[in-house]
Design a protein around this ligand. Structure first.
Ligand code: SAM
Ligand code: SF4
Length: 343
């Protein structure tokens, strides 16, 4: 195992508290999956029937997660995004988030949700300290929502989005995975929404994870989407937003909101990726698409001390894969589906 005593890696850790990996990327962002369960069954993510979820005893307890997060923060993590599965379905999530937000030196806690429980929880999320949310919304049409998510909850999600806006979980970001023949006819409607609402509408390229594997023929590239949107008028690149995450942001002239593109396949952002991911069952991963992961649950439950766990964190950072290596021509699938890793 990598020993941390003797090189620039540790010097940087001591000085900045943010660790670089072998490719000189500073790793300061952790995506935290708190559950693999969900109250929707999106066609590209989960099968309709027969989902096999991780047994409860294998899921990290909140105390275990908080311990790992504290150690990650001691090693440079400054931002956390809660995800899943659907993070808001986990029992007592609010009291967990409240504790999470109080961790010293953690600068931001954000959340990705399908929005089903947002109407009742948005105010509490804000009070607990969540600064921003992303809501997944792949369609603006109720019937299509039912066929994509296999649940009749469109209105509830929209009410949740409006509630998030009204309690100040802003800017509200809407994530839409675009699939040809499913919702690509709504690209312009999503873009037009930014004239009316100050939302960030982000188009996500379909990725070969989970149920999406069989649907990759429906892949629509970010460039194709941008080209369509350009028919509405001049689209300006938002330079200030370039470094704010994987989305490349644009805006339409006169719009209140912005439009983003997350081109994980066509325009991957591996060279600036600053993320780690912790799965609900306690595996720390350097990359969404690489099945290389470090088991934290076993050493944690075997009573290993903080020094041992910190070394595991540093090794995971150091050995973060250089890139996902996925290409449209040559797709491979990850063993773990998206709802397990945390999208
Ligand atoms: N349940 C929450 C939600 O849907 O926002 C959080 C977890 S979900 C796995 C996180 C994000 O991953 C969602 O925006 C979802 O649309 C996206 N996602 C899931 N499977 C995907 C796939 N195969 N390709 C691209 N995005 C995917
Ligand atoms: Fe649930 Fe999110 Fe997967 Fe949809 S994408 S099934 S909401 S985890």
């Amino acid at each position: 195992m990598y020993k941390v005593e003797d090189d620039a890696f540790v010097m940087a850790a001591n000085k900045e508290k943010a660790l670089p990996d072998k490719h000189q990327r500073t790793i300061n962002y952790l995506r935290l999956s708190v559950t693999d369960r969900c109250n929707l069954r999106c066609v590209y993510c989960m099968p309709e029937e027969g989902m096999q979820f991780i047994p409860h005893r294998e899921i990290l307890t909140y105390e275990e997660i908080l311990r790992i997060v504290r150690l990650c923060v001691a090693n440079g993590i400054r931002k956390i995004r809660l995800t899943g599965g659907e993070p808001l379905v986990r029992r007592d999530i609010l009291s967990f988030i409240e504790k999470l937000c109080k961790i010293e030196n953690l600068k931001e806690v954000a959340l990705t949700t399908n929005g089903v429980l947002l109407k009742e929880m948005a105010g509490d999320l804000k009070r607990c300290g969540v600064s921003r949310i992303n809501v997944s919304m792949d369609t603006l049409k109720p019937e299509k929502f039912n066929s994509i998510t296999r649940r009749n909850l469109f209105d509830r999600v929209w009410e949740g989005i409006e509630e998030a806006e009204s309690v100040g979980l802003t800017p509200v970001k809407l994530n839409a995975v675009v699939i040809r023949g499913v919702n690509d006819d709504e690209i312009l409607d999503f873009a037009r929404l930014t004239y009316k609402k100050p939302y960030h509408v982000r188009f996500i390229e379909l990725m070969p994870l989970g149920e999406a594997d069989a649907r990759m023929q429906g892949f629509v590239s970010s460039n194709e989407i941008l080209e369509q949107i350009s028919s509405l008028g001049p689209v300006t690149l938002e330079k200030s937003a370039l470094m704010s995450g994987p989305a490349v942001m644009y805006s339409l002239e006169g719009a209140k909101g912005k439009i983003g593109f997350i081109g994980a396949l066509s325009n991957h952002f591996c060279n600036t990726c600053n993320r780690l991911r912790l799965t609900a069952d306690g595996a720390l991963r350097g990359c969404l698409f690489s099945d290389q992961e470090t088991d934290f649950k076993s050493p944690l439950r075997a009573g290993k001390d903080d020094a041992y766990l910190q070394e595991l964190i540093r090794n995971t950072i150091l050995n973060k894969p250089e890139g996902h290596g996925l290409e449209m021509k040559n797709l491979r699938k990850c063993v773990r589906p998206m709802h397990c890793i945390g999208g």
